[in-house]
Design a protein around this ligand. Structure first.
Ligand code: PHE
Ligand code: CO
Length: 287
């Protein structure tokens, strides 16, 4: 990662959101993004995500005031949103999560970036991540991930752990009685991938397997070649409860896997048709 500069002047990199400073245009961009994702996600997102959106009131009318969201979130799970200027160093990020604080950017993408932005912006961070922080099991998972991140840093296993975050928090799918649903924030904040991940024959959809996921490389500049499907957030939480130290030792001896690989041991829900993905190779609004 490129060297990050602390523009906040505080040791935890936090800033004030300065909600009053958003322009009409900026609120308008949020409304556009919100309206189209709300429509796309009605039948595609996990019920827990949609429930979180409804309870938070993140919001058809403009960029939300973090203070208002924090009232609801605090009462639901004790999580709080902390405003930051952009990406923060890994240790700062983990430290926030470990204390049930979610670092969120404040700036919003421009009209030219509606479909694709390289860095997380406030739409990705708030609309994408915060609704699930209302869910008690998911909130516990995020706190545990923060603690696990601090540990992985010391053990030189960040690379492996980051893949878990990528394939769950950012790009996870969940099985429901009604079919597969989206819970990953990188998907819910992306118009193209919200459709692609569920409706296209291209990508693999495989049952979640912790060690398998931590061996799998990922692309940050294209739609995913593989999505991992959990059965419940409890499954995810339980699978990550154990001390990862022996896992990291085992992983160090195993080869990493290509993003599109399918193994004989995989639980295949859908085997991807492969890379014939003309016109849809860019990945909007990941993180
Ligand atoms: N249990 C993991 C460890 O001991 C930490 C962790 C929890 C990692 C939840 C990811 C998610 O390292
Ligand atoms: Co993100």
């Amino acid at each position: 990662m490129a060297t990050l500069v602390n523009r906040s002047g505080r040791p935890d990199w936090s800033i004030d959101q300065d909600w009053a400073a958003y322009s009409k245009e900026e609120h308008g961009i949020w409304r556009t993004l919100f309206a189209r994702q709300a429509k796309l996600l009605r039948d595609r997102a996990a019920p827990e995500f949609l429930d979180g959106v409804a309870r938070l009131g993140v919001a058809a009318d403009g960029i939300p005031d973090f203070r208002r969201l924090n009232d609801v979130l605090g009462r639901a799970t004790g999580f709080q949103i902390v405003a930051v200027p952009g990406l923060v160093p890994d240790d700062i990020f983990f430290e926030h999560l470990a204390h049930r604080r979610f670092p969120s950017t404040c700036f919003i993408r421009t009209n030219e970036q509606l479909d694709y932005i390289e860095e997380p912006d406030v739409f990705h961070d708030i609309f994408g991540h915060v609704p699930l922080l209302v869910n008690p099991v998911f909130a516990d998972y995020m706190e545990a991930y923060g603690k696990g991140g601090l540990k992985a840093l010391k053990q030189g296993a960040l690379h492996q752990l980051a893949r878990l975050y990528w394939y769950t928090v950012e790009f996870g799918l969940i099985a429901t009685k009604a079919g597969l649903r989206i819970y990953g924030s990188g998907i819910v904040s992306s118009k193209g991938e919200s459709v692609y991940c569920l409706d296209h024959a291209g990508p693999n959809r495989l049952g979640f397997d912790l060690l398998r996921v931590m061996r799998t490389k990922y692309r940050i500049d294209a739609f995913q070649e593989t999505y991992f499907v959990i059965d419940s957030f409890a499954q995810l939480f339980d699978a990550t409860l154990a001390d990862f130290t022996p896992y990291y030792e085992a992983l160090a001896k195993l080869p990493e896997l290509e993003a599109g690989a399918v193994l004989p041991t995989d639980r295949v829900i859908h085997r991807g048709a492969g890379k014939k993905r003309r016109g849809i190779t860019r990945n909007p609004a990941v993180a």
